[in-house]
Ligand binder design. Structure first.
Ligand SMILES: [Zn+2]
Ligand SMILES: [Zn+2]
Length: 398
């Protein structure tokens, strides 16, 4: 196995090309389901390397299929996300976004490029048995492009015995990986509660019912769900992100409705159910106490991301082959961030790994979703080598 080990150094000659691709995508960010230009770059590159492509799953999704030169039945899927965020970039380097209020602030430009780098290398050597599907997906940020690709037949068209994903991690040093078996990222749901009363004249509140009262009580009571209902062995987050009522020009009018919207995060289906139930119960009870009504909605967006034990071990080995075992954390704590690769892991066993994007002294630490974030080009070959090693471990010895 060690003879076919891939390292960032072995891919060093691709650094200039990969950096150019990454910066080109960074300059031209495209948001959910609009990744036309990015998908074209991906499709053109894969085709030029002799990789068969399929387009259009999830509108802009691209799947490249590469068979090894040795016979084998096993197939694996390697996934990268292509979309950018609605955010005004504040970086002033020459490849900063040319599009107003759109930015690659989560490093998906780098993810796409790392998988392209691996695809190019694997297409040249093809020293494996079986099939690799390179899955380039749209709309990871918020709109569940992975779920849409699955609904449109991703795994019917492209069977995968296992699927793998990767995300950069600012603050984790360059040349490091981190992963854990079991849950790695939280579920991410959106909830809202609408408190309804009669409203009325601000000078005569006794003539009606005032939904701002239960709304105010509800906002503070919500944190009691975390403190009193969720077990201390579990974890969850509830945050209010939006409050709307009345009009700024009419401070003497008691509004008849108050809308409160927020996010909910958890690491298990049971806690997720609990949050949904308690938000509705609290809203209803508090509204009743104030003579108002409450309408609650809970929208399930992304499930918790759960790494399978077997594939996590393979990912750890692939990372160790890439950067050395001392630089791989096999048991990183879970994060409260969310990731739509979780939908793929609901369907297929697999593993999702974090790759160090470095600290500020290494050229790229601002956290993801910051207007000053940038993917660190120094890790392009590291990520590509990881993918190559993963294919070697999964399909190399058959
Ligand atoms: Zn993101
Ligand atoms: Zn991301």
């Amino acid at each position: 196995m060690s003879s076919s080990r891939c390292t960032p150094e072995l891919l060093a000659e691709r650094q200039v090309d990969l950096t150019a691709i990454r910066r080109d995508i960074h300059r031209h960010p495209e948001t959910a389901f609009e990744e036309q230009r990015t998908a074209q770059i991906v499709a053109d590159k894969l085709t030029s390397w002799g990789i068969e492509i399929h387009r259009g799953l999830g509108k802009t999704g691209v799947v490249g299929t590469l068979k090894g030169k040795r016979p084998g039945q096993k197939t694996i899927g390697l996934r990268a996300d292509m979309d950018a965020l609605h955010l005004q970039e504040k970086n002033d380097f020459d490849y900063a976004s040319v599009h107003e209020n759109k930015m690659h602030a989560c490093g998906h430009d780098g993810h796409t490029t790392m998988l392209l780098g691996a695809a190019q290398h694997l297409a040249e050597v093809r020293d494996f048995a079986g099939t690799v599907h390179f899955i380039f997906q749209p709309a990871e940020e918020g709109l569940g492009g992975a779920r849409v690709m699955i609904e449109e037949g991703l795994f019917d068209k492209f069977n995968c015995d296992a699927v793998y994903g990767m995300h950069n991690m600012p603050g984790l040093p360059v040349g490091h990986f981190a992963i854990r078996p079991g849950v790695l990222t939280a579920s991410s749901d959106t909830w809202q509660t609408r408190f309804k009363g009669t409203g009325g004249h601000g000078a005569m509140p006794y003539r009606g019912t005032d939904p701002t009262l239960p709304a105010a009580q509800f906002i503070t009571a919500v944190q009691g769900i975390i403190g009193r209902n969720v077990s201390p062995q579990q974890a969850a987050v509830l945050s209010v992100g939006h409050i709307a009522a009345g009009t700024a020009g009419s401070p003497n009018v008691i509004p008849s409705e108050v809308l409160i919207r927020g996010t909910a995060r958890s690491y298990s289906p049971a806690v997720r159910d609990l949050l949904q139930r308690r938000l509705a119960e609290l809203a209803k009870g508090i509204a009743l106490a104030e003579g108002c009504e409450a309408e609650s909605e809970y929208l399930r967006r992304y499930p918790p991301l759960v790494n399978a034990a077997e594939q996590t071990n393979i990912a750890v080995e692939a990372a160790a082959m890439t950067v050395g075992r001392d630089n791989v954390n096999p048991n990183v704590p879970p994060t409260t961030g969310a990731e739509d690769f979780a939908f793929m892991l609901e369907k297929k066993p697999g593993a999702y790994i974090l790759i160090g994007n470095g600290g500020t002294e290494e050229g790229g630490c601002h956290n993801v979703h910051s207007p000053l974030y940038d993917f660190n080009d120094r890790i392009l070959t590291t990520g590509a080598a990881y993918w190559v090693n993963l294919v070697q471990l999964e399909l190399g010895s058959a």
